[in-house]
Each structure stands twice: as structure tokens, then as C-alpha cells.
Design a protein around this ligand. Structure first.
Ligand code: G3P
Length: 232
């Protein structure tokens, strides 16, 4: 499963890229709103300089012509831009137009497998069901991931499932087991995935044992050096 980071924060993206685990980036207007000092275009340009993987840039227009205008603009920023289009009647038409122009897309705000099926047929390259937001309303978001992955594979659709709205490490494991092609994670979830109390305890224990062994050797060498007849 490919791992994307769900952020517009350049430092977070650089950090995950430095770990060697970054396959792409997803942004949206809410994530961009958390950044400061740069335009959305500038942020996208900088992100595309960090990763050659897909970088999602979301349109805010709600009409087809507006979505197409914004999407064409984003697509000129870099070759790895994927225009993020919300699931709607207008969004489907925009997806179809982007496909005819060779512009890559990510259909967002998917909450059912049927919405994902429509998006794939309209030409979306990436299908983004929101797992966490379904869990929030007491529905199992992972079922949509599992069902949509099966639909894509059974019918050999030319699209990948991207598990979005991931809130914790368990979501990541479940998305991977459900066969999701991609998951996009907040920075905090990447950090949580690294750690386990026994790993952290084990590292501290190895360090303590190593220091103890070295100290014992140094003491032994010191005693030998101080012994009568020792070579200096
Ligand atoms: O990229 C959009 C999606 O991941 C949003 O997540 O946590 O706001 O539901 P969240």
C-alpha cells in the first residue's frame, strides 16, 4: 500500500520524505488554511519539488466550468498534480472532461462504494472514501474501502482506492488488509506508527547494557594499565 501524507505543511512533508516512506501528498482547502505566508499555488509548487509522487490539489468551484478552469490551472503547476474534485453531478462531469484532456484526478468526499464506482467510470484516477468521517457517524468506514477495492478489482477499473480521513494507526492496518492501494495519513499518525512502548523500552535497555559493558572493559583496562609491570 502506498502512503501519502495528508497535509499542506512543508516541514511535515519534508520529514516524512526524509524517512523514505513518502509516496505522495494530498491537500485540501482546510489543510491549506492551516498554512501561512504562501499562496496555494506556491505551496503546491514547493510540495511538487519534494516528491515526484501524486500531489492532490483541490478545486473549490462548484460548477463544472469553474472546476475545469481551476483544475487546468493546477495541472500546469507540475506533471504530478492530481486535480481533486468533489463527488457531485458537476464533479462527475468535470472528471470526464479532465480525462478527455489527460489531466489526472482524485475524486474526494466519497462515502459509498457506488459513489466510487461512478467516479471511476467518469475517469477519476484516485477514489477517496473518507473512513474517519463515516466512523464519526457510527458507520464502518472500512467497509467502503473493502467494497470499493473489490469492485475495482473484479471489474478491472482503471482507478486506485485511496483511504482518506485516516485518524489512527489501526485505520492504516485495516486499510492495508482491505487491499486499499493507497492511504493518506496525517503527520501525527505517521509518528504514532513508528512507536511501540516495547520498542522504545528495548532501545533504552540496549543502550544501558552497552554503556555498562564498555564501562566494565574500561575499568579492566585501567586496572591492567596500573598493575606492576604493565606496558605503557
Ligand atoms: O484529505 C481529506 C481527508 O483525509 C480529511 O480527513 O480527518 O478531516 O476527516 P478528516
Amino acid at each position: 500500500m502506498k502512503l501519502f501524507i495528508d497535509t499542506a505543511d512543508i516541514d511535515e512533508i519534508r520529514t516524512i520524505a526524509s524517512w523514505g516512506v513518502l509516496d505522495g501528498v494530498t491537500t485540501n482547502p482546510s489543510l491549506f488554511a492551516k498554512t501561512s505566508g504562501q499562496t496555494y499555488d506556491e505551496v503546491l509548487q514547493e510540495i511538487c519539488g519534494i516528491t515526484s509522487g501524486p500531489v492532490s490539489a483541490e478545486v473549490v468551484a462548484e460548477d463544472v466550468d469553474g472546476m475545469v478552469r481551476e483544475g487546468r490551472h493546477f495541472a500546469k503547476i507540475a506533471d504530478n498534480i492530481y486535480v481533486k474534485v468533489p463527488m457531485s453531478v458537476e464533479g462527475l462531469e468535470a472528471l470526464a472532461r479532465f480525462r478527455s484532456e489527460g489531466i489526472k484526478t482524485n475524486c474526494t468526499l466519497i462515502f459509498t462504494a457506488n459513489q466510487g464506482l461512478l467516479a471511476a467510470k467518469a475517469g477519476a484516477n484516485l477514489l477517496s472514501p473518507f473512513v474517519g468521517r463515516l466512523d464519526d457517524i457510527n458507520q464502518d468506514g472500512m467497509i467502503v474501502i473493502r467494497d470499493l477495492v473489490s469492485i475495482v478489482e473484479i471489474h478491472e477499473l482503471d482507478a486506485e482506492v485511496l483511504a482518506a480521513s485516516i485518524r489512527n494507526p489501526l485505520h492504516v492496518t485495516q486499510a492495508a488488509l482491505a487491499g486499499s492501494h493507497i492511504a493518506t495519513l496525517p503527520f501525527s499518525v505517521f509518528q504514532q506508527m513508528v512507536h511501540h512502548p516495547l520498542t522504545d523500552k528495548g532501545i533504552a535497555q540496549f543502550r544501558a547494557d552497552w554503556d555498562k559493558a564498555r564501562k566494565a572493559l574500561e575499568q579492566k583496562a585501567g586496572t591492567a594499565a596500573g598493575a606492576p609491570g604493565a606496558v605503557r
